[in-house]
Each structure stands twice: as structure tokens, then as C-alpha cells.
Design a protein around this ligand. Structure first.
Ligand SMILES: Cc1cc2nc3c(=O)[nH]c(=O)nc-3n(C[C@H](O)[C@H](O)[C@H](O)COP(=O)(O)OP(=O)(O)OC[C@H]3O[C@@H](n4cnc5c(N)ncnc54)[C@H](O)[C@@H]3O)c2cc1C
Ligand code: SF4
Ligand code: SF4
Ligand code: SF4
Length: 376
């Protein structure tokens, strides 16, 4: 694509960072054309900033790959055959891993982990960019190249007693997986899969459409549904936990589906409406419109599936091939319905739920964008 004007980081700073729309994905810094000589950096709070403005080549790449800007939207819509309102998809169903070792640590049905392990063992990928639990609360991006490493990275919750002291300043459950991709550029891996939130997969698709190296090594993307990422220190602060009569040390894990779920070690699950946790979300997430990860090969979430299952949207031919392979090898199983006609009812129910949450997120996005504008 030939842009009809050239942007620079100044435009990105004005239109995205200063307007609280930056999701800290790191795409602009990692893929800056002057990355090696150091034009940009991530500041102490995780936002992009000039390191040395004089080194900027005024090429506009940072602006174009940002998930919050618009110049490449039509192009990726066309490449990924995007349709109103939740993008292109060929199939939608509930499924789970058949392996208990995977399911026991997975967020939902372990479909993501099972699919990645299968792709690795079948030689379709050399590794996967995932998020790894570094400590009880913290996760960081990693490149997993073995079955064990992929399984160790399952889940998106913390599973043991969390200590507030562990929550570093500004830490959130957002993991900058796109940044790892750049670090892979000079490595030995040629075919990798990536797991990411919608903003990350959007940035990746823009890079791929522009042929920005090394986005070409990502041959498969698994997109997570995403309502929001949290500032963990706010989510876990004592008044919020106390207000719900909970004790931090009794929490086993958290998850988001139709609402925010806190699973206690006793087995009891406390459900909290999503509106109630809005104040703990990152500002950029509150004004974000993306929910169903419309440009991924496969999108996944817990929404609409019973406990222990993942909702799966197969979106591309590649997604269809990889899922068919995993199903035929018996590493993933679809939720079995008693009557074949129930499959259709289920499909319609899942589609309407995804649409509902996408609409909900879009109207929240509009509300917060207006709020931020009015506050200026
Ligand atoms: C921040 C976040 C918000 C989410 N919001 C929703 C929501 O609102 N509604 C909904 O239905 N589902 C949401 N999900 C998706 C859901 O929690 C599950 O990840 C999804 O259903 C897949 O479950 P699984 O058991 O198949 O995955 P698993 O087999 O457990 O694998 C999960 C994979 O995701 C990777 N991962 C974990 N955290 C991150 C992260 N922050 N960034 C990138 N990769 C990561 C892990 O390394 C692992 O590879 C969200 C996930 C995340 C991480
Ligand atoms: S060199 Fe290009 S990508 Fe880097 S900051 Fe300048 S305009 Fe952005
Ligand atoms: S959202 Fe990502 S690409 Fe956009 S300004 Fe923020 S860090 Fe950069
Ligand atoms: S809500 Fe999700 S997709 Fe949107 S900016 Fe936050 S992490 Fe990214």
C-alpha cells in the first residue's frame, strides 16, 4: 500500500498515546525502521516515546502498524475477508483438549495449548510465542519450542496464593507478545505460531500486509477474545476483595467469560459483573473496540462454553486445516450434542453471544472515548 501522506511518531504520539488509546503493545517501538539505532523506546510506564528524535527517519511505519490507527484498516479487511459484525468465520463450536495434563492448567478447555502442541509435533511450527507464568502473578512473553514449554505456558490466570508485594508497579495481565517477535528476527526459527489479544494480532496483520520482517515467520495466529486487561495491583487491592467478602489467600484463579469469575480454593466461584471491574482496566482497554479477534486464523474464548470447554471460531483456510488435523488425531474433541440438530442451535447461540459482547464493547469504547475527550 502507498499511503497518500507520510506520518511519523509525532502523529502517533498525538493521536494515540496522548489520547489514552495506547494499549502498550510495543509494535511501534519493536518495528520502528530505526529500531537498531534507537529512535524509540518504551518509557518507565510502558508507553512508547522518542529515545532520540533526530534518528527518526520519518517513514511512518510506527503509525501504520499501530492497532489504534486507521490507514491500513481497509486493506486488512480485504485480505482477511472481514464481514460485519464479527469478521469472517467458517465454523464455531465448543471444544476441549483430550489430554488431562493440558486441561488441568488451562484457562478453559486447553484448546490453544493442545493445538500448539499438535502443530509442533507435526512439524508445522518450530515454536510458539506464548505467555509464561513467571511467578504467581506475573506473566511474560516467551518463545516455547518444546511440548513441555507450551504446556507450561497454558492458562491465563494465576493459580496459587497471590501476594500483593509481588505485583510490580504498573504490572498488568497484558503480555507484549509482539515484542518477542522482533527479538526472533535474527534467530533460527522459521515458522512460528503466536497467541495474542486482538490489538496484538491486528498489529501483526498490519506488519504482515506491509511485509515488515520478521512478521513473515508467523505462519499461524491464535486470537484470544478480549474484554479488557487489568492493572493487577488495582484488581487485587484489598477494598475490592474485601467488598466481596473474599480473602486474597483463598483465591485459586480468575477468568473472564460472561462475567468476571473468581474461583476460590474451596471450589466456590464468585461472579462479578464486568461493569464492576471496569475501574481496574487499563484506560486503553476501556476505549478499545476489538473483542472477537477478527483477523486471527482461529479465535478462542470462554464465552458461551460450559466450564472446561473453549469456544472456537475457525476463520481462515489455515485455521480450518490445523483444527481438522488436531480433531482427526484426537488431540482436541468437539463438545458432543445428543441430537445433531442441537449443533445448529448451539452455533446460533454462540454467534449471538459473540455479537452481543462485541456490541457491548463497542458502545463502551464510544462512551470512554467521549469521556476522555470531554476531560480535556
Ligand atoms: C488478557 C486476556 C483477556 C481475555 N478476555 C476474555 C474475555 O473477555 N472473554 C472470553 O471469552 N475470553 C477471554 N480471554 C480468553 C480466555 O481467557 C482463554 O485464554 C481462552 O478461552 C483459551 O482458553 P484455553 O483453555 O483454550 O487456552 P490455554 O490452553 O489455557 O492457553 C492459553 C494460551 O494463551 C496464552 N496467553 C495467556 N495470557 C496471554 C496474554 N496476556 N497475551 C498473550 N497470550 C496469552 C498462554 O500462554 C497460552 O498459550 C482472555 C484472555 C486473556 C489473556
Ligand atoms: S523511524 Fe519511522 S518507525 Fe521509527 S519513529 Fe520514525 S517514523 Fe516511526
Ligand atoms: S498501541 Fe502499540 S503500536 Fe500503538 S502507540 Fe501504543 S505501543 Fe505503539
Ligand atoms: S481490550 Fe484487549 S484488545 Fe483492546 S487494547 Fe486491551 S488488551 Fe488490547
Amino acid at each position: 500500500m502507498r499511503p497518500d501522506r507520510i506520518w511519523s511518531f509525532d502523529d502517533l504520539n498525538e493521536e494515540v498515546v496522548k489520547k489514552d488509546l495506547c494499549g502498550k503493545c510495543g509494535g511501534c517501538v519493536s518495528f520502528c525502521s530505526a529500531n537498531r539505532i534507537g529512535a524509540l523506546r518504551m518509557d518507565e510506564k510502558g508507553y512508547p516515546a522518542y529515545k532520540d528524535k533526530a534518528l527518526c527517519l520519518q517513514c511512518g511505519l510506527c503509525y501504520m502498524v499501530c492497532p489504534q490507527t486507521h490507514p491500513m484498516e481497509d486493506e486488512i479487511d480485504e485480505v482477511y475477508n472481514w464481514k460485519e459484525p464479527i469478521g469472517n468465520f467458517m465454523d464455531i463450536f465448543s471444544a476441549r483438549s483430550t489430554d488431562f495434563e493440558i486441561r488441568k492448567d488451562a484457562t478453559d478447555g486447553g484448546v490453544v495449548t493442545a493445538l500448539l502442541v499438535n502443530m509442533l509435533e507435526e512439524g508445522k511450527i518450530d515454536g510458539a510465542i506464548v505467555s509464561h507464568g513467571k511467578s504467581l502473578l506475573k506473566r511474560e512473553a516467551r518463545v516455547a519450542t518444546t511440548r513441555e514449554e507450551i504446556i507450561k505456558s497454558a492458562g491465563s490466570h494465576f493459580s496459587e496464593l497471590p501476594h500483593l508485594e509481588e505485583v510490580g508497579e504498573g504490572y498488568s495481565n497484558f503480555v507484549p507478545v509482539v515484542k518477542s517477535l522482533h527479538e526472533l528476527g535474527s534467530g533460527k526459527l522459521e515458522k512460528v505460531a503466536i497467541v495474542g489479544t486482538p490489538c496484538q494480532i491486528n498489529a501483526l496483520r498490519k506488519m504482515q500486509t506491509l511485509n515488515v520482517v520478521p512478521s513473515d515467520i508467523v505462519i499461524f495466529s491464535i486470537g484470544l477474545f478480549c474484554m479488557q486487561c487489568f492493572e493487577m495491583e488495582r484488581l487485587m487491592d484489598k477494598p475490592f476483595i474485601k467488598q466481596h467478602g473474599l480473602k486474597l489467600e483463598d483465591i485459586a484463579r480468575v477468568n473472564i467469560k460472561e462475567d468476571f469469575m473468581i474461583k476460590m480454593k474451596s471450589g466456590l466461584t464468585v461472579h462479578i459483573p464486568l461493569e464492576e471491574i471496569e475501574p481496574m482496566a487499563r484506560p486503553a482497554c476501556l476505549s478499545c473496540n476489538f473483542f472477537s479477534n477478527d483477523y486471527a486464523d482461529i479465535s478462542v474464548g470462554g464465552l458461551g462454553s460450559i466450564v472446561g470447554y473453549t469456544s472456537v471460531m475457525v476463520r481462515t483456510i489455515k485455521g480450518k486445516e490445523m483444527m481438522a488435523d488436531a480433531l482427526s488425531r484426537g488431540v482436541i474433541e468437539r463438545k458432543v450434542r445428543r441430537h445433531p440438530e442441537d449443533d445448529d442451535i448451539e452455533k446460533k447461540r454462540l454467534i449471538s453471544l459473540v455479537k452481543e459482547y462485541k456490541e457491548m464493547k463497542q458502545s463502551r469504547g464510544l462512551r470512554y472515548r467521549k469521556k476522555y475527550r470531554d476531560a480535556r
